[in-house]
Ligand binder design. Structure first.
Ligand code: F6P
Length: 556
């Protein structure tokens, strides 16, 4: 297929940019009918797109683009197990990891849902035993602490969900006396922090790696094994180490009994694996099945909505199309994810991987160079912290579309006598205010009418017209965390389907890994022979000099 950018639908949007450039959000927001048309609700989630730089004509043209890019057919192909990850010849079926028990999802001629539930049942049984004190450590103590070792997709999603649930009252009551920690970085500081103060007798280490070959994770796994066995003896591995992987052969070679391994499948991408054993094992150990089952239900409900709802009322589709509009037509390549909820502090880092590893591509699905830039630069911090950090740039510097995320009923409440509003109301006042501050701005005329001295006016002008969306969740619990996860995952898929790229491979992370391996070999050789790196080791002048500076410093 020719590039999507050659399609009449793409060209119509390009021409339409000139019309939108004539508008200002402060005027667009006066149109109540437009606002109403741009508010979408589903399953308790409320998304207001009215502060995006879009008219109803823009939406119509974006829906034409969705048609032109076969969005519906591509979505259906994903849900029906076609090998849409063509460079790895794999299906993309993370939706199956949260399928209802009675659903049928076929991959390569086989319904995979029974396999999914076999693993989920095993997780539930195992977690019940550990949590109930039936599974004891090698010295007979109950296991209270879990360290989840993994990186990238085997870390960020589970960390996001754990951070979201830690202060949710029901989840808290189910996790009393238990602790879940994460170890991702190969940095010995992360190792020290993850193990600090833990008693190996009551600790379980869960090694999470799809491939079971990731250098950082495997080194950390060996370090944790040494930590456990130094204190408890070799036999402790059987009671204190379990694994999550698609590579059960390597799990066994590492010394973990395959009985204590929880599998998943090559049709689950690492960054999309939160609902597989990757997230479900550590999180069920921490919170129990009642909570984590709700999480799966929330994700599954959003999957159903994505697959079945008409495009114009489909939340992931509307979010995906809006971001394509911002990136490819208005020329805003970045997005800030700004939850007004401390429990969502790990949402942005997780979605950053989902989005940037998926859509950071330079060629289309057929390998042809893209005539436009795909991908989105995602970052974010919870409000109001971010307001005191990088919002200056968003208000008066570059234009960065924002996703504001607010919660109606907070997980926790603090009411102080004599304060005007509660802590949560105060937080949400900022949530409401920021979106309008970006949209409306403040003109020189307004400033002068407030007697701002002339020399200060240019510094204090806010041009406004800066786009954002506002997403309200009724509360943050396991179910809504599942909805939110699936919403963002599918938004990323929509972007990739429209740009006609493969969002499900990640060849771009390979080169750095190969070069690190060469450095590893050469540093090892140099150390063993008590010498520095030489010109003949094959690095450029700069790298040779820098490695030698490092080696010299080490010897002092
Ligand atoms: O960074 C590349 C990557 O392959 C990610 O896609 C993946 O989530 C991560 O490494 C970890 O991989 P694994 O689960 O195989 O250890």
């Amino acid at each position: 297929m020719a590039s999507i950018s050659d399609s009449p639908a793409w060209k119509a949007l390009q021409e339409h940019v000139a019309d939108v450039e004539q508008t200002h959000l402060k005027d667009l927001l006066r149109d109540q009918q437009r606002c109403e048309a741009l508010i979408k609700e589903e399953g308790g989630l409320y998304i207001d797109f009215s502060r995006q730089r879009m008219t109803q004509e823009t939406v119509k043209l974006l829906l034409d683009l969705a048609e032109a890019s076969d969005l519906k057919a591509k979505t259906q192909a994903m849900f029906s197990g076609e090998h849409i990850n063509s460079t790895e010849d794999r299906a993309v079926l993370h939706v199956a990891t949260r399928a209802r028990r009675d659903q049928v999802i076929v991959c390569d001629g086989k319904n995979v849902v029974p396999d999914v539930w076999e693993v989920l049942d095993k997780i539930k049984g195992f977690a019940d035993k550990v949590r109930g004190g039936e599974w004891l450590g090698s010295t007979g103590k109950p296991i209270k602490k879990v360290v989840a070792v993994g990186i990238g997709g085997s870390f960020l999603g589970p960390l996001f969900v754990h951070t979201a649930l830690r202060t949710e009252p029901r989840a808290m009551s189910f996790s009393k006396g238990r602790e879940l920690r994460f170890l991702a970085n190969v940095d010995p500081i992360d190792v020290a922090r993850a193990l600090q103060g833990l008693d190996p007798e009551e600790t379980m280490v869960v090694i999470i790696s799809k491939t079971f070959t990731t250098a950082e994770t495997m080194l950390n796994a060996r370090t944790c094994r040494a930590w456990l066995t130094a204190q408890l003896g070799k036999e402790a591995v059987a009671k204190h180490m379990v694994a999550v992987s698609t590579n059960l052969k390597l799990v066994k070679e590492f010394g973990i009994d395959p009985e204590n391994a929880f599998g998943f499948w090559d049709w689950v991408g690492g960054r999309y694996s939160v609902c597989s054993a990757v997230g479900m094992l550590p999180l069920t150990l921490q919170y129990g099945w009642d909570i984590m089952g709700q999480f799966l239900n929330g994700a599954n409900a959003m999957d159903d909505h994505f697959l079945n709802a008409p495009l114009e009322s489909n939340l992931p589709v509307m979010m995906g199309l809006t971001s394509v509009w911002n990136i490819s037509f208005l020329g805003y390549p970045a997005r800030a994810i700004l939850p007004y909820c401390q429990a969502l502090s790990k949402l942005a880092p997780h979605i950053q991987q989902v989005s940037m590893e998926s859509n950071g591509k330079g060629v289309d699905i057929d390998g042809k160079p893209l005539p436009f830039e795909a991908g989105e630069i995602d970052f974010g911090e919870p409000g109001t912290n971010g307001q005191h950090s990088f919002y200056q740039l968003i208000h008066q510097g570059r234009i960065i579309p924002c996703d504001f995320i607010g919660i109606v009923r907070s997980q926790q409440s603090v009411y102080l006598k004599n304060e005007i509003v509660s802590n949560h109301d105060e937080l949400m006042c900022n949530f409401f205010a920021q979106a309008d501050a970006l949209a409306y701005g403040k003109s020189g005329t307004e400033l002068r009418s407030q007697n701002v001295p002339d020399f200060l006016v240019p510094h204090r002008v806010f041009t406004g017209n800066r786009p954002s969306l506002s997403l309200l969740l009724p509360e943050l619990n396991a179910y809504t965390v599942g909805q939110l996860l699936s919403l963002y995952e599918h938004q990323v898929a929509v972007q990739g389907f429209v740009w006609n790229i493969n969002s499900f491979d990640q060849w771009g992370v390979e080169l750095g890994k190969v070069l690190a391996s060469k450095v590893r070999t050469k540093i090892n050789e140099a150390r063993n022979n008590n010498r520095f790196i030489a010109g003949s080791d094959g690095f450029n002048y700069s790298t040779t000099r820098m490695i030698n500076k490092y080696l010299a410093g080490k010897e002092q």
